[in-house]
Design a protein around this ligand. Sequence first.
Ligand code: 4AD
Ligand code: MG
Length: 450
Amino acid sequence: MQRDEQVVPIRTLVDFVDQEVTLRGWLQAKTGKGKLVFLQVRDGSGLCQAVVLRGKVSEATFEAAKAATQESSLLVSGVVKADPRAPGLPGGYELDVRAVTLLNEAAPYPIQPKEHGVEFLMQNRHLWLRSSRQWAALRVRARVVRAIRDWLDTQGFLNVDTPILTPAAAEGTTTLFTIDYHGEPAYLAQTGQLYNEANIFAFGKVYCFGPTFRAEKSKTRRHLQEFWMVEPEIAFCDLDGLMEIEEQLVSYLVQRCLEECAHELAVLERDTTALQRVSPPFPRLHYDDAVAKINAAVERHETVPGYPDLLPPIRWGDDFGSPHETFLAAQFDKPVFVHHYPTQVKAFYMEPEVGRPEVCRSVDLLAPEGYGEITGGSERMSDASQLVAALERHHLPLETYSWYVDLRRYGSVVHSGFGMGVERTVAWICGLEHVRETTAFPRLLNVLRP
Ligand code: 4AD
Ligand code: MG
């Protein structure tokens, strides 16, 4: 690189109109005819079209530009011009090229600007990541993660992270990844919740935020084996208080993305009309009423967008399937809370409803447009003897959970919390068909590589 070259990120080109700069990146695509070559240069911060005109550059530069292969790394210098087709937008600048330096000539690149099958793209995930849609989705993810922290940190929550290596199940024994902990079986955490509950007695309002693991035997567009979950837990908070926190957090995330990821959402061709409506309060639906709504629609032989078959009936006491969740969400113009699920379909730690122990003080938030459950939470059982009975009913070993029961013996209080899955939330905000595109290297039932 020459001394007087000014390497700038593409994202900042707005500040360099009519000045000469150098871009450092990769050749995403190339077109041209006659005396013109158009280089689409990507540098991680954005995409810029660099226009090479024969006669205006040295013959060596023109030939280098013409010969450059897709994904070659290069330096491109030139004068920044506002692109009249997209003035003022990120990417709305062109480079009037003066010089091109090839750094590494890429071998023939397997991903071409055409339709590829998902299996092929997943095998080449390390390369697929470079494409514009993946770039946009992962940037939205980063924004969502930051917004989660921003909101919680400013609302008095303390980030206290919880262990990944754990001795016990918290969300059922069927989805545990078992590892060998020096001769003793241990499990990758399905949730940090139980430890979070200990932490509230020290800090009041806490959250943990990290990877969680579920050996899900199902291959759906919503399930990963490894996903990130943020889990707020709050002392002196009941089910209503919990829903208020959830709707504020979720609305904040969506609004941050609309304001600060407009370009990324445009790259993803996301219709943001429905997202713009996401503000508190969200509608609240009792499980009993949800069942009645579903079965009334079943009587009318309704179908649900995205599902070929008729909406299946539901028996009171059963958990919802994806078509049910999609149907319920479609009844409202915002995310909807479904609360008071049957105790038998939920985890052992949920507080039963007073006078009606067959339902528990639980709540799931269902996202619109078929994205399904994005948060799950509840009021926690606060009575020690009730908790012991629940552990016994679920055949969970009391010794392993004795510390958790202790929390109910030393200053027990009403408390609640929830977990929000980052990937499902990002899939919804981005309008992606499958959660696999919301994380750089997804772990799916049949995908462990690369
Ligand atoms: O409903 P879940 O299982 O709740 C818990 O784990 C609670 N302990 C959380 C809490 O109260 N602190 O999971 C919470 C959320 C779901 O709503 C979903 O968004 C996400 O985690 N999730 C998954 N995301 C991707 N792949 C999977 N296999 C997921 N399982 C759950
Ligand atoms: Mg759940």
